[in-house]
Ligand binder design. Structure first.
Ligand SMILES: [Zn+2]
Length: 70
C-alpha cells in the first residue's frame, strides 16, 4: 500500500537516458534542450510523479495530448 501521494524525485537526465531521447508519444527523437517530461497517466487523472509514469516527450506532443485529455 502506498501512503498518501508520495512521489519520487524524478531526475530528467535519468529519464532522458532511459528513453534514449525518444518521444514516448510519437516515437521520434526529441531535442535534448527542448523536451518535456510527460506524465503517461496525467496527474489530474491520478497519475504519480514517478519514473514509472513519466516519459520523454516533445513539447508539442505533450501539449496536444493534454488538450485532448482536458
Ligand atoms: Zn513527439
Amino acid at each position: 500500500m502506498k501512503i498518501g501521494a508520495f512521489v519520487e524525485i524524478v531526475n530528467y537526465a535519468v529519464v532522458w537516458e532511459r528513453d534514449g531521447g525518444t518521444c514516448g508519444i510519437c516515437g521520434l527523437p526529441a531535442d535534448p534542450t527542448l523536451w518535456e517530461l510527460d506524465h503517461v497517466v496525467p496527474l489530474a487523472l491520478g497519475g504519480l510523479h514517478e519514473y514509472a509514469n513519466v516519459q520523454v516527450s516533445h513539447r508539442t506532443c505533450n501539449r496536444s495530448k493534454g488538450a485532448k485529455a482536458a
